[in-house]
Design a protein around this ligand. Structure first.
Ligand SMILES: Cc1cc2nc3c(=O)[nH]c(=O)nc-3n(C[C@H](O)[C@H](O)[C@H](O)COP(=O)(O)OP(=O)(O)OC[C@H]3O[C@@H](n4cnc5c(N)ncnc54)[C@H](O)[C@@H]3O)c2cc1C
Length: 366
């Protein structure tokens, strides 16, 4: 029996490698012209919360069974990736809430591709596959689906591979799949707003990660932000998406400029935004009453990296109907599988690793 996999990103490649280890024939269909999907563009930190309680606290709307599966199975998956020859660049995440590894994304992609077998580029979902894994990476690339589910106040900056546009979701719905929680949520970053030009190799370096240290105003000058802003700032980025034009101004004072966030100072992030052509004003040029301590105002737009909602799966990565029964021969993993991080943020690479491998193991028993 052949397992067909749609998508040669993190979930699809992990599934392909695991399925081949288990003796299955595998064909990977990749819509784009390269392997790696968004994984190749990512910071490549594959992590989990320290324990299930922390996961539940941080992502309270997520499915507890799927969260438990991630907590229990990621560590084994990380060692498996290392064993395939993927280069580890950090042994820890530097965040007391989480544990994990940071890989070099090129090395991780290459290690998986070497072991994944046949990859067919320029191919979408195969017709009439008896065993099919949907690993197409979410629906952030489809403006229509994003408007329908996320209702942004303006165009979001698309901070992901160009091909993940909801194909897996549409296909699964056509086969009777249930939708998960969190369809209006997404993981993203505040990015320099237009006229800045953000290339895909700058998705990491141009992220503006200091909303917690800023006064946040919308384009009308109204202050807003979740209180408190979470450590990942995903909640803030989602809030920016809802404001007019999906943009905001981050105002920072001298003290904030010297804060170090994941190895970069706020000043360096502001400079990067300016160099990319973004609007970085002296705070008093904004033309509104604000305390004089604020030095710069940086215009940011909500960048969408991947959707958090998707199709419902179980721990074996089987796609479920509304009544909870599995659809025979249909699996989903990665950002196509939703409802794991609802209400917060969790590593998309980790769930792609765990449920990609689980899908292969389930298919091997079919
Ligand atoms: C800048 C950036 C930084 C990030 N940093 C991190 C991080 O540090 N840690 C973390 O956990 N996550 C991070 N992420 C998110 C992470 O990359 C994703 O969560 C992860 O790649 C999801 O895996 P996936 O397999 O679902 O999607 P992808 O890895 O994107 O793979 C999906 C694949 O499916 C293909 N595809 C789409 N449609 C079809 C179709 N119809 N048929 C066939 N193929 C199709 C796409 O071309 C793509 O190759 C980051 C992402 C970006 C962009």
């Amino acid at each position: 029996m052949t397992l067909h996999i749609a998508g040669a990103g993190m979930a699809g490649l992990c599934a392909a490698v695991r399925a081949r280890e288990l003796g299955l024939d595998v064909v990977v269909h990749e819509k784009g012209d390269r392997a790696g999907g968004s994984m190749l563009l990512s910071s490549c930190v594959v992590w989990r919360y320290r324990d299930l309680d922390t996961f539940r606290e941080q992502c309270p709307g997520g499915d507890a069974d799927l969260q438990q599966e991630v907590v229990e199975r990621v560590d084994d998956g990380l060692e498996w990736l290392r064993g395939l020859g993927a280069e580890v660049v950090w042994e820890e995440t530097g965040n007391p809430l989480t544990v994990g590894l940071r890989f070099d994304p090129r090395s991780l992609t290459d290690a998986l591709v070497r072991a994944a077998g046949e990859l067919r580029f320029g191919e979408g979902l195969p017709d009439d596959a008896e065993q099919l894994l949907l690993a197409t990476g979410g629906f952030q690339g489809d403006r229509g689906l994003v408007s329908e589910h996320i209702h942004p106040g303006g165009a979001l900056l698309h901070r992901a591979n160009p091909w993940s546009a909801g194909d897996g979701l549409r296909y699964a719905l056509g086969r009777g799949a249930a939708l998960s929680s969190g369809l209006d949520e997404f993981y993203g970053r505040a990015m320099p707003a237009g006229p800045a030009v953000v290339r895909e190799d700058e998705f990491v370096s141009l992220a503006q990660l200091y909303g917690r240290h800023a006064l946040v105003l919308d384009d009308r000058g109204d202050e807003f932000a979740p209180d408190p802003i979470s450590w990942s700032e995903t909640d803030l980025v989602q809030a920016i998406a809802q404001r007019p034009n999906a943009t905001a101004w981050y105002l920072v004072d001298e003290e904030a400029l010297e804060v170090d966030i994941r190895g970069r100072t706020v000043r360096e992030m502001v400079e990067a935004a300016r160099e990319a052509g973004g609007e970085v004003l002296l705070a008093n040029e904004l033309g509104i009453e604000i305390p004089s301590a604020y030095r710069y105002a940086v215009h940011v737009v909500a960048g969408i990296t991947h959707t958090i909602g998707g199709v419902c799966i179980d721990r074996q990565a089987r796609v479920l109907r509304d009544d909870g029964s599995p659809i025979e021969g249909l699996y989903a993993a990665g950002a196509d599988a939703g409802g794991i991080a609802t209400g917060g943020y969790a590593s998309g690479l980790a769930s792609a690793l765990v449920f990609g491998r689980n899908a292969a193991e389930t298919a091997a028993q079919a």
